[in-house]
Structure formats: structure tokens, C-alpha cells
Write a protein that binds this ligand. Structure first.
Ligand code: NAD
Length: 471
């Protein structure tokens, strides 16, 4: 029986390994992590992450061929294939601070693999890492003194949170990069055989190591760039009376462009887009390509601009001040169908409104109060000025309350900001909400999910991103 071990039981390690266990009953999969609470949660009915369909997959396999454990060394030692899916955040200090990927967790995992291995292993980069990381990993692993053969593969993950299970069942492609040596090619073949249990052969793509590593960064940069491009258009639409929905629909009908990922919004978020673009920027700079670095930097600048623009719109619309006004924030996660708040645009928007002394009442169906308060009290890292941190005053945090219901959040509010596109926000009783709000009642739809005409009929003053302003 082939044995797989995955180091890192997070948003990627958990679902990807659960899918391998589901589709490959002949493979034993152990997901290991140094975090005891995380592993306990994976072994309970309350999984540590919310992802539609994940519970069912885990329940079907857990205890049969899928195991979650904190005994990292034991499972690594026993495995034939070791995936490494640890976090690779942006460095916050030292060389490359604010841009470069922090590979501390990766390095410690690699050293541990070198120490405990007693048999040959394929080590798979599942985390998103800078191009050429495999070279560093090879150096670390080569210090294992037992003459063990390690083959490094890059197998970046392209799942999107909120649709992870569907993305894993039917991936656009599975990318496997390896050395162009006989050993490297044999390792690629072994990993291909795992995915071939359910992924059609023509969707499994083999490349060299550096292409695979760089492709993941490139894919995220391209996706984020599309969002920044349409958001840039949204500002121009508002200035000219064009409607961003109509523009992106017309643009997306061009088959060379395509319709996906062209929704204007308050900005992109999530743990990956910004971090991976910063990483790309850093790699460009290190390779003497400042113009290329500047090009990609603009994607992030536009995202910051969009979040600021939204805050300014709220304040300007509400007679140039939100001081002491109650604003209901509906949605805090960075997108629907996830409880993940990493780099969510809601953090910057809320901080911007708090900076003008608004009182916020926040509701998100999957994010609890502790998480929201923690996110809002954390310092934001300024990647352009790494030494300049923007502190969040404790008094601001007191201006925040968190509710478990959209009706409670909006009661007596002066305005509503929609910051996540949760489906339930589309079907709320907006007449009831309007009746219980201060007047004039404002709606700022940062995701363009509500029917603005209907809201206007009720009496709301409505701002939708990139759409003509209230008549
Ligand atoms: P995460 O923070 O949810 O999970 C990482 C886990 O690794 C944590 O539970 C942590 O405790 C564990 N860990 C760290 N060092 C360890 C060690 N030495 N031994 C054992 N466990 C260790 O991160 P994530 O969102 O799953 O992302 C993991 C990687 O995948 C990142 O590189 C990320 O960029 C990439 N990625 C993420 C997504 C996504 O949507 N979240 C998608 C594609 C790729």
C-alpha cells in the first residue's frame, strides 16, 4: 500500500488530502500538523475550516484510509510520498521584508524530513513557493546521512476557497514539475499515477521544476490582475455614467478574454493573491527586472485604491462624516462560502470607517466575533514602507459590535455596507430592514449582489460599485 503524508493540515493540506483518500482507497493518507487544536478539530465533527462538501468527504474516509495526527515524524518516516503544505506568508522583517516569502516553516519541515527519513521519498511542494525553492530544499535534504534518495516535485495547488471540493474533483489541470533526470521523471510518473485515479490524463501536465513553481505565482498574478483591471474600469464607469456590469459583459464576450473573474468589487482578498504578487515582485527585483516588478506592483496598488475609494464613497455620501453613525457591515470573509478572513478587504474598509469614528455592527454567517476583533486590532503591514506600521487604537475596537443576524446588525443603522457576496444577503427582507433603519438609509453594495432598483423603490439611497449613481 502506497503511503502518503502531508505536512500542514490547513486550507490546502486538509481538503487536497481528503480528496486523494476519497479517490484512492488503496492509498493510506496521513495529514499531520504541529497545531494540536487544528488536528483535534479535523478529528471532530467541527472541522477547522468551512468548505462546502468537505464534511462529507472527510466523514467517508476518516479512520479508513485518512488520518489526522500530530505525530509528524512517525508519519513522515513511514511515507513514500511527502507533501509539504505549510504556510508561506510574506516576511515581516529582515531581508525582503514586506515582499519575499517567509520560508521558515518550509525549511523546518525539510530539515525534519531529512532527519527522520530512513527510506527513499518523493517530497512534493504543495505550498506556493518562490521559483527555485526546490534547489534550496534539495540542498537541505542532501544532508541526510543515510544515503537516501529524495526526489523533489513541484505540484502547486490551484483550488479556490469556497469551491475547493469541486475544484479538486474536477481540476482544470494538475501541474507536476520535476527534474529532467531519470529519477525526476520516475517521481513525476509516481505522482501522476495518484492523480490518474480520477483526473483525466490530458489534464495532468508535466513540466520542469521551475516552470511549475513559477506557474502558480503567474496564475495568481493573472487572476488578481483581472480583478484590478475591472475595478479600474469601475472607477471610470462611475465617472462617466457607464455601467461596469455592461462593460465587463461586453468585454468578456470576446472569446480571447472570456467572461470569468470580471466582477467589479470592493477589492480582492484572501491569503494568496497579495502575498504571491509581492513574492513575484521580489523575485523580479532580485533578478534585476525592476520594470517587471513595477508592473505587477500596480495590481496591488489598484486593489488598495479600490478599497480606499469605497470608504471615501461611504463617508462622502453620508454627508462627509460617519462619526457616531451606525454602519452595518454585512460580510467579513474575503469571499462567500468560506470563513477565511485572511487579507479580506473588509479589514481595510472597516478600519477606514473606524478611522472616521463610525460605529460598526458586523455580521458574517461564518466568521465569529473573536476572529473579527482579532483582525481589526492587528497592525497592517505596509509593504512599501516596511518599517512603518499602522497601529489600530484600542478605542477603535470598542466601536465594533458583532451580531449573528443581519436584521440585528442593520437595526437603527444609518447605512449598510455589503462586503461579502453571501447568497443570503440577496434574499433578506429589505423592506423590514429599511423600516428599522435611520433615515435617509444608505446601501453601499461592495459586491454588486443586490437589486439596486428594488432597493431604491423601497426608499434606500444606493451605491453599487461601477454603476450609475442614484438618480
Ligand atoms: P494554513 O495556514 O491554513 O495551513 C498551514 C498549516 O501548516 C498550519 O496548520 C500550520 O500549523 C502547519 N505547519 C506549519 N509548519 C509546520 C511544520 N513544520 N510541521 C507541521 N505543520 C506545520 O495555510 P494554507 O491556506 O493551507 O496554505 C498552505 C500553502 O498553500 C501556502 O503556501 C499557500 O500559499 C498555498 N495555497 C493556498 C491556497 C488557499 O486557498 N488557501 C490555495 C493554493 C495554494
Amino acid at each position: 500500500m502506497v503511503k502518503i503524508c502531508c505536512i500542514g493540515a490547513g486550507y490546502v493540506g486538509g481538503p487536497t488530502m481528503a480528496m486523494i483518500a476519497l479517490k484512492c482507497p488503496s492509498i493510506e493518507v496521513a495529514v499531520v500538523d504541529i497545531s494540536v487544536p487544528r488536528i483535534n478539530a479535523w478529528n471532530s465533527d467541527q472541522l477547522p475550516i468551512y468548505e462546502p462538501g468537505l464534511d462529507e468527504v472527510v466523514k467517508q474516509c476518516r479512520g479508513k484510509n485518512l488520518f489526522f495526527s500530530t505525530d509528524v515524524e512517525k508519519h513522515v518516516a513511514e511515507a513514500d510520498i511527502v507533501f509539504v503544505s505549510v504556510n508561506t506568508p510574506t516576511k515581516t522583517r529582515g531581508l525582503g521584508a514586506g515582499k519575499a516569502a517567509d520560508l521558515t516553516y518550509w525549511e523546518s519541515a525539510a530539515r525534519m524530513i531529512a532527519d527522520v527519513s530512513k527510506s527513499d521519498k518523493i517530497v512534493v511542494e504543495k505550498s506556493t513557493v518562490p521559483v527555485k525553492t526546490a534547489e534550496a530544499i534539495e540542498k537541505i535534504l542532501s544532508h541526510n546521512s543515510k544515503g537516501i534518495n529524495f526526489q523533489i516535485l513541484s505540484n502547486p495547488e490551484f483550488l479556490a476557497e469556497g469551491t475547493a471540493i469541486q475544484d479538486l474533483i474536477s481540476p482544470d489541470r494538475v501541474l507536476i514539475g520535476g527534474r529532467e533526470t531519470p529519477g525526476g521523471q520516475k517521481a513525476i510518473q509516481a505522482l501522476k499515477e495518484v492523480y490518474a485515479h480520477w483526473v483525466p490524463e490530458d489534464r495532468i501536465l508535466a513540466t520542469n521544476l521551475w516552470s511549475a513553481e513559477l506557474s502558480k505565482l503567474a496564475a495568481n498574478a493573472f487572476l488578481a490582475q483581472r480583478i484590478s483591471s475591472v475595478n479600474a474600469m469601475s472607477a471610470l464607469c462611475e465617472a462617466t455614467g457607464a455601467d461596469v456590469y455592461q462593460v465587463s459583459h461586453a468585454v468578456g464576450m470576446d472569446t480571447r478574454i472570456g467572461p470569468k473573474f470580471l466582477n467589479a468589487s470592493v477589492g480582492f482578498g484572501g491569503s494568496c493573491f497579495q502575498k504571491d504578487i509581492l513574492n513575484l515582485v521580489y523575485i523580479c527585483e532580485c533578478n534585476g527586472l525592476p520594470e517587471v516588478a513595477n508592473y505587477w506592483k500596480q495590481v496591488i496598488s489598484m486593489n488598495d485604491y479600490q478599497k480606499n475609494r469605497f470608504v471615501n464613497r461611504v463617508v462622502a455620501s453620508m454627508f462627509n462624516t460617519v462619526s457616531g453613525k451606525k454602519i452595518a457591515v454585512l460580510g467579513f470573509a474575503f469571499k462567500k462560502d468560506t470563513g477565511d478572513t485572511r487579507e479580506t478587504p473588509a479589514i481595510d474598509v472597516c478600519k477606514g470607517l473606524l478611522g472616521d469614528k463610525a460605529c460598526l455592527s458586523i455580521y458574517d454567517p461564518q466568521v465569529n466575533e473573536d476572529q473579527i476583533q482579532r483582525d481589526l486590532s492587528m497592525n497592517k503591514f505596509d509593504w512599501d514602507h516596511p518599517l512603518h506600521l499602522q497601529p489600530m487604537s484600542p478605542t477603535s475596537v470598542k466601536q465594533v459590535s458583532v451580531t449573528w443576524n443581519a436584521y440585528e446588525a442593520t437595526k437603527d443603522a444609518h447605512g449598510i455596507c455589503i462586503l461579502t457576496e453571501w447568497d443570503e444577503f440577496k434574499t433578506l427582507d429589505y423592506q423590514k430592514i429599511y423600516d428599522n433603519m435611520q433615515k435617509p438609509a444608505f446601501v453601499f453594495d461592495g459586491r454588486n449582489v443586490l437589486n439596486a432598483a428594488k432597493l431604491r423603490e423601497i426608499g434606500f439611497i444606493v451605491y453599487s460599485i461601477g454603476k450609475p449613481l442614484d438618480p
